[in-house]
Design a protein around this ligand. Structure first.
Ligand code: SAM
Length: 251
């Protein structure tokens, strides 16, 4: 058993296995159990570091029941490490219910910080990092995605999204429609992996660049949108009304 019983929320690499911290490896080696999103996927990481701790699955489809089972173990003073397939657990990954239950039952929750795709992308993007918003995945349906993007038209902070490779072209098209050709956007692809690419440009040029190279459409993406210039509420209303009028009565 590890020294302190409790729930360890352990960040694991987002690509390069060498990014696993010494502390994370030590915790994964010494806890009683590891709760993993996909036990087969996590075996690769555990094998790499020679970790043989028993695994139990906790994924989005069994999260409620699995959290209750794990809570019972934690109540018996056992130590459990929660990991996800990649990066920081709970960040667009399961685990929220278990962490909440642990707090409600007075069980220590110990974070073991490490890789996280959005932070990795943000710090290398060249965009302001002091204030940002993270929106995770946008809706899959085109109409819902456009509607959601509209919400960020006047957002002044850096806006960060996650996206799957099969939707990257559609997303850039939708961003062009909402933010216009001049908005600066950074694509951070395959971070910490062999084909890592961090490329920023205005949406018009970014779209051309992306469409001209199929290789750049593959892999995992973080998309970072430069915040808008500050407009007063009066000016935002004026621009919205103008937009509606122009849509109704094009010049
Ligand atoms: N928990 C993870 C974290 O800490 O970033 C995120 C999990 S979420 C289910 C998976 C998404 O994160 C991917 O679809 C992609 O948008 C982003 N992502 C994960 N690894 C990445 C990488 N190596 N490069 C770029 N984006 C990545």
């Amino acid at each position: 058993m590890s020294k302190i019983p409790g729930l360890y929320v352990v960040a694991t690499p987002i690509g390069n296995l060498e990014d696993c911290s010494t502390r994370a490896i030590e915790i994964l080696q010494t806890v009683d159990q590891i709760a993993a999103e996909d036990t087969r996927h996590s075996q690769k990481l555990l094998k790499y570091f020679g970790i043989t701790t028993p695994l139990i699955s906790l994924h989005e489809h069994n999260e409620t029941i699995s959290s209750k089972i794990l809570l019972n173990c934690l109540k018996k003073n056992r130590s459990i490490a929660l990991i996800s397939d990649a990066g920081t657990p709970l960040i667009n990954d399961p685990g929220y219910r278990l962490v909440k239950l642990a707090h409600q039952h007075g069980i220590p929750v110990i974070p073991i910080p490490g890789p996280c795709a959005l932070i990795t992308a943000l710090c290398a993007s060249g965009l302001p990092c002091d204030r940002f918003i993270f929106e995770g995945f946008l809706p899959g349906k085109n109409s819902a995605r456009l509607k959601k993007l509209q919400e960020f038209l006047y957002e002044t902070r850096t806006i960060i999204f996650y996206e799957a490779p099969h939707r990257i072209l559609e997303l850039i098209d939708d961003m062009l429609a909402v933010f216009g050709p001049k908005r600066y956007v950074v694509l951070a692809r395959e971070l910490t992996k062999a084909f890592e690419t961090i490329h920023g440009d205005n949406l018009e040029k970014l779209n051309i660049w992306l469409n001209s190279d199929k290789n750049q459409q593959k892999g995992e993406f973080v998309i970072l949108v430069e915040g808008a210039e500050y407009l007063s509420p009066y000016e935002i209303d004026r621009q919205r009304i103008l937009g509606i009028l122009l849509a109704e009565f094009p010049i």
